[in-house]
Ligand binder design. Structure first.
Ligand SMILES: C=CC1=C(C)c2cc3[nH]c(cc4nc(cc5[nH]c(cc1n2)c(C)c5CCC(=O)O)C(CCC(=O)O)=C4C)c(C)c3C=C
Ligand SMILES: [Fe+2]
Ligand SMILES: [Fe+2]
Length: 322
């Protein structure tokens, strides 16, 4: 028998409810929306709003949305959990010398618990790879917070991979495959999750990285500027978020007579509520009502190309750890 590998790779994602029920969705949202990296408002104001308005009002409707995308079967669950788990298995097959595990920033399997377990098992060389191609203080920095709170181990956290050549090529290939056989003068819309504009003014590099990713993918596809656009989705709350919004962009494309739109979401490593329900169900329906036809291009998910890209990025980063 060979000795247990001493190096671990943790694929960290956002997290998702365990079940598409109002109670479980409230539990998930409560943990997520108590994170100061996500909502920085003073707790005196935020907690009453969260506990007495947002959680009671949002639990039921959001649970219905999860139910509409839930994956059935033994290996089923919330798409974000299912694809992250499958991706971790596929990356493990690419990296037999490294222990590959998945973890979630909110809910289960908790990032803090996974790191504590690896520490207990004697893994000293640990790379945490947040499954966020672009860095944001709302997502990646929150994972850095958890890693920094560990006592005895200092896991390294990858900042971003928004211009990684292998990742850009894999996303471009998936878009090419998603457009195969489709005719017409097609438009490509890149839709990224939004964040509040205030954070960009405070130095968050997210928007700049989204723009750079989109331009690099469009370039790899040989697109001219008029053939693609970039927008931001999933606005939450009343504050001004970065734009233009995906919904408004689709409306204006329809108004301009652009009928065939492919939508890709290169800010999401795997499909989830925000891509499957918001884009591929709700906004696709709205766009059809405006006379257009949307073709949603799935995320890289657990594809062999994605597993190879993640393994390559991880190997390079691990080489930099002593
Ligand atoms: C202030 C609120 C939010 C910020 C900022 C935010 C940033 C952000 N989120 C993602 C990725 C995902 N978000 C997802 C769901 C989701 N996001 C928010 C709020 C903020 N996100 C909420 C309240 C929810 C839950 C759904 C809802 O109630 O509307 C998901 C999907 C999770 C799933 O279970 O499928 C992802 C993924 C990024 C990348 C990001 C900033 C860059
Ligand atoms: Fe609270
Ligand atoms: Fe979000």
């Amino acid at each position: 028998m060979t000795a247990a590998p001493r190096t671990a790779l943790v694929l960290a994602n956002l997290g998702t409810p365990d079940a598409p029920t109002p109670a479980d969705v409230r539990r998930y949202l409560s943990e997520f929306l108590h994170d100061h990296r996500v909502v920085s408002m003073t707790r005196w104001l935020w907690c009453p709003l969260l506990h007495f308005v947002i959680l009671p009002l949002r639990g039921g409707p959001v649970a219905k949305k999860y139910a509409s995308i839930w994956i059935d079967g033994e290996d089923g669950g919330s798409p974000l959990a299912v694809y992250t788990r499958r991706l971790a298995r596929a990356v493990q097959a690419e990296m037999p010398d490294v222990r590959v595990v998945e973890a979630m920033r909110y809910r289960r399997p908790s990032l803090q618990g996974v790191l504590a377990q690896l520490e207990g098992e004697g893994y000293a060389r640990i790379l945490v790879l947040p499954l966020y191609p672009q860095y944001s203080t709302t997502t990646t920095a929150s994972i850095e917070d958890v890693a920094a709170r560990m006592d005895a181990i200092r896991p390294r956290v990858l900042a971003d991979y928004h211009l990684d050549a292998g990742w850009v090529a894999a996303v471009a290939d998936s878009i090419r495959a998603g457009r195969e056989g489709l005719s017409g003068d097609r438009h490509l819309l890149f839709s990224f999750h939004g964040i509040p504009e205030r954070l960009i003014r405070g130095g968050d590099p997210y928007q700049r990285q989204c723009e750079a990713s989109a331009a690099a993918i469009a370039d790899a596809l040989g697109l001219e500027h008029r053939q693609w656009s970039l927008a931001y989705q999933s606005q939450f709350g009343k504050e001004k978020w970065i734009g233009p919004s995906t919904q408004a962009t689709l409306q204006s494309l329809a108004a301009r007579g652009v009928h065939d739109v492919d939508v890709a979401c290169p800010g999401f490593a795997v499909d989830c509520l925000e891509t499957l329900e918001e884009i591929s169900e709700m906004l696709a329906h709205e766009f059809a009502q405006a006379g257009g036809r949307m073709n949603y291009i799935p995320c890289l998910n657990d594809s062999p190309a994605h597993a190879r890209v993640i393994a390559d990025i991880a190997r390079r980063e691990l080489d930099a750890i002593a």
